[in-house]
Write a protein that binds this ligand. Structure first.
Ligand SMILES: [Zn+2]
Length: 320
């Protein structure tokens, strides 16, 4: 959902050359090798597990294939083969405008890298993002869609500018209450969101490890918080890094929609389960959205911009 004003690239994109990297799974602690390869137009984003038999290895990155959301977003196929912690990689791909990609991986968890999208964005930009001369489509929000889970809720509303607001509240004083709105245009994703790291609580770490989780977690790939504040000696990358990372997670989870979403997401206490529920609610209501070519989206964005300019002029003239 990251686009440049006034015109957004209207062709689907893939990467120019393959990318290879090695990292550690946050939960499994396993060393993982990954390769990202260019893919043909209309193929979307898909994973291929190299460590399982080849006819069971294919997993499409789709909201329909989300099988678990307790600690991260997990995708699975009809053979029970899964791939977990996909959200940061998907956010980086959406943020860089990659529509079609094959991801080969030799394990069941995407490497965590430094806990943010920044290293991935750097690799993708180095490989290059290339248009494929096939029209790109987006999902234009036509009316509000809402989901609620206890005190958490998310609303998608029509907006000519792709926008995300998150509102978080944590008892821990180092985080507290943070509310942030970002317009996903120009290089906002790369500069303001991609560097924000995932975070965890020292009090929960031991419990997770006893359950065989967070085995690869360390201060090299997460912000660790305890009762006294941020434990990492280097401190935070942004004073509101926590809210920014929640926006990053929302972008990654919403990248599981079949095309980029054009609307305003407002999320109170967002989480992976809530994000997936919102997509399920959206796609259950055909009247809530329209699939449009990016040519048409550009026209609508330009029209909305000139409308807001003329509204501004009206306000200025009324004030004279
Ligand atoms: Zn995350």
């Amino acid at each position: 959902m990251v686009y440049s004003k006034p015109a957004i690239g209207t062709s689907q994109c893939t990467i120019n050359e393959s990318i290879h990297y090695v990292g550690v799974g946050l939960h499994s602690g396993h060393k993982v090798s990954m390769s990202l390869h260019p893919a043909t137009p209309n193929s979307g984003i898909f994973f291929v597990r190299k460590d399982v038999q080849s006819d069971h290895a294919f997993i499409r990155a789709s909201w329909r294939n989300v099988v678990d959301t307790r600690l991260c977003t997990v995708l699975g196929n009809e053979h029970g083969v899964t791939i977990s912690t996909v959200e940061h990689l998907l956010a980086a791909l959406r943020g860089c405008g990659v529509d079609n990609l094959m991801i080969e991986i030799n394990s069941d968890e995407v490497p965590i890298l430094d806990g943010s999208c920044a290293p991935l964005v750097k690799l993708i930009k180095k490989a290059g993002v290339v248009p494929q001369r096939v029209p790109r489509y987006g999902i234009w929000i036509e009316r509000p869609v809402e989901v609620k889970q206890g005190e958490r809720y998310s609303i998608l509303t029509p907006s000519a500018v792709p926008r995300i607001t998150v509102d978080i509240e944590f008892a821990n004083a180092a985080i507290g209450s943070q509310c942030l709105t970002i317009d996903l245009i120009d290089d906002v994703f790369e500069t303001e969101i991609a560097p924000a790291r995932t975070f965890g609580f020292a009090s929960e770490l031991e419990q997770l490890r006893e359950q065989g989780l967070a085995l690869g977690g360390s201060m090299r790939n997460a912000v660790l918080v305890d009762d006294d504040g941020v434990v990492n000696p280097e401190g935070l990358r942004f004073s509101d890094e926590f809210a920014r990372h929640k926006i990053l997670d929302c972008i990654g989870d919403l990248a599981l929609a079949d095309a980029p979403i054009f609307g305003h997401l407002y999320s109170h206490k967002p989480g992976h389960r809530l994000n997936n529920a919102l997509l399920r609610e959206l796609f259950a209501h055909q009247d809530a959205w329209t699939r449009l070519s990016f040519d048409e989206i550009n026209r609508r964005m330009a029209r909305a911009e000139s409308d807001s300019d003329s509204q501004l002029k009206t306000v200025v003239s009324m004030n004279r």
